[in-house]
Design a protein around this ligand. Structure first.
Ligand code: NI
Length: 209
């Protein structure tokens, strides 16, 4: 079930070994509900496994994009560790310098913690581990997030709107909490899903995580 493609993931000077230059990005299988790994709280990531983490992150990003999602948590590829990947959808705040590089739209967050939330909004939400099922899930409209990057450097970020929703969904995964636990109505199949299967297949499905 693993499709592989070669990708340059690191600058050659990072390592003399071939595996340091070329990481084979693997599209991993997305674990489906009710697999036990989805309901188990994940372990915190320490300094020992950062090279493995970078490979996992690259695979998760590829897997998420292939599946047409906007976020993915490690337990969804069967790994019970606290790492998520997510798209930034909302407009970025204006950068202080026009020459500063724009931050990547696809982000990885290690050991993410939501330290504060504000506002509440009920909206339809899907999950790559639930096929076409969606629920109506209340989420904060603005969150304060602390996380580590792939060198375990500490960062903080304020996220709003869909970005905040995606990260809350993915952090829930790290705690073994699923849309079936949060939904205010029984999960249902999204009405337009059948007509939009073509759209979903091309990755435009905006709220499946
Ligand atoms: Ni999900």
């Amino acid at each position: 079930m693993r499709k592989c493609q070669a990708a340059i993931s690191r600058a050659p000077q990072d390592s003399a070994s071939l595996w340091g230059i070329i990481h084979i990005v693997a599209i991993r299988e997305v674990v489906q509900y009710p697999a036990e790994v989805l309901t188990r709280p994940c372990r915190k990531i320490g300094a020992g496994k950062l090279a493995e983490m970078r490979e996992l992150i690259a695979d998760m990003m590829e897997t998420m994009q292939q599946a047409g999602g906007v976020g993915l948590a490690a337990p969804q590829v069967g790994v019970s560790l606290r790492v998520i990947v997510a798209y930034r959808i909302e407009r970025e705040e204006v950068l202080s310098s026009v020459t500063a590089p724009a931050p990547p739209r696809l982000r990885a967050y290690l050991n993410p913690r939501i330290t504060r939330g504000e506002g509440e909004e009920l909206d339809e939400e899907g999950c790559l581990s639930f096929g076409k099922l969606v629920g109506l899930i209340p989420r904060y409209t603005k969150i304060w997030l602390r996380y580590q990057d792939d060198e375990l450097k500490e960062h903080s970020e304020v996220l709003e709107g869909l970005d905040a929703r995606i990260v809350q969904h993915e952090v829930d995964h790290l705690n073994g909490i699923l849309i079936s636990d949060r939904t205010t109505v029984p999960l249902y199949e999204r009405e337009e899903e059948k007509e939009e299967s073509q759209v979903a297949a091309t990755g435009s499905d905006a709220d499946t995580a």
